[in-house]
Ligand binder design. Structure first.
Ligand SMILES: [Zn+2]
Length: 128
């Protein structure tokens, strides 16, 4: 019986954790999936300083891979801060989803233990 009470407490604790995680995930209404990087480039003009190694930039690029196909978007300077924030937000979201999966797995395992204990209790109650 105490086993069942402890299991119930464990399950309820996971559910509280689960709910607050779901709440947090549902707050992330805007996010960008991709990665942000900067690059420097040469323009190709032979009389330009970049031909001596002093390249132009940084240029900020948002890269995005979906379905094996990569896309690159060049950002304006005033977009970089916001995009970085949204990219980080997506990263946090993915982390949260991973945690959610782990929690569900643990919850399921606890219920299986609960099932075993409850079955033993059922036998005891039936006197068999
Ligand atoms: Zn140049």
């Amino acid at each position: 019986m105490t086993d069942l009470v402890q299991l119930e407490q464990g399950i309820r604790d996971r559910l509280i954790e689960h709910e607050s995680l779901v709440d947090a995930l549902l707050q992330e209404r805007e996010q960008i999936r991709g990665s942000l990087f900067s690059r420097f480039a040469a323009c190709g003009k032979s009389n330009c300083a970049c031909a001596q190694g002093e390249k132009h930039g940084p240029y900020y690029v948002l890269s995005n891979r979906s379905g094996g196909e990569g896309t690159f978007i060049y950002l304006k300077e005033d977009q970089v801060g916001r995009v970085r924030e949204l990219v980080n937000r997506h990263r946090r979201f993915r982390k949260g989803l991973k945690r959610l999966k782990g929690l569900s797995t643990r919850l399921h395992a606890l219920f299986e233990k609960y099932e075993s204990s409850a079955t033993l209790a059922g036998f005891r109650q039936a006197g068999i």
